[in-house]
Write a new protein. Structure first.
Length: 195
């Protein structure tokens, strides 16, 4: 009887030691990682740039005289601003859409910079501007006699800060320019879009 109870006791001791070793091994060899917080700003920003151009191109089929350009782009930018705000980010953008009409261009300027801005557009030396264009407001210029592949200068001033850019129009098709900033707590994604 004593041998049986001694074997039973040894069995429990061995089992307890194996369990302790197994738990020790499991604790130090398991790789439970807490996922890092993910910043989706860059992916959102890349999609945003593509969709700005799409929102302008949908309006292109309504014709160069239609106000749908300003409406489509403004609705999309308003949606994007609300989405970015809900994620604790701030979005700023100014968009120019160049719609060809024979040798002329209707140029729509849409301001989503968060404040009023002065905008100056020059195409091949022909200059037009608007002052104090309100936030979420738009203006339209008509440039006549524009040569193919013309050079465009865009300058805008917001709260005393001046920004400028130069690019070429692709001849006789819709061209869009956007200066977009997505400002988050961890980074600022900023880029110019020309398409």
């Amino acid at each position: 009887m004593k041998n049986k109870s001694r074997l039973k006791g040894q069995f429990y001791i061995i089992t307890a030691l194996v369990l302790i070793l197994f738990m020790f091994y499991a604790h130090y060899n398991s790789r439970f990682e807490i996922p890092k917080s993910v910043d989706y700003s860059q992916e959102f920003f890349s999609s945003l740039k593509e969709e700005i151009l799409r929102s302008a191109s949908f309006a292109y089929y309504q014709g160069p005289y239609s106000s749908s350009v300003e409406n489509n782009v403004s609705v999309f930018l308003d949606f994007s601003t609300n989405v970015s705000n809900s994620q604790g980010q701030r979005m700023e953008a100014i968009v120019l859409v160049f719609l060809p009409i024979y040798s002329s261009y209707n140029v729509s300027v849409i301001n989503f910079l968060g404040a009023a801005a002065d905008v100056n557009v020059t195409i091949s030396g022909n200059e037009q501007n608007t002052t104090n264009l309100e936030n979420k407001g738009s203006a339209r210029f008509v440039f006549t006699g524009v040569e193919q592949n013309a050079t465009v200068n865009v300058t805008y001033v917001k709260s005393g800060s001046k920004n400028s850019d130069v690019f070429n129009l692709t001849s006789r098709r819709l061209n869009a320019y956007a200066d977009v900033k997505l400002i988050s707590s961890s980074a600022t994604w900023s880029d110019k879009v020309i398409g």
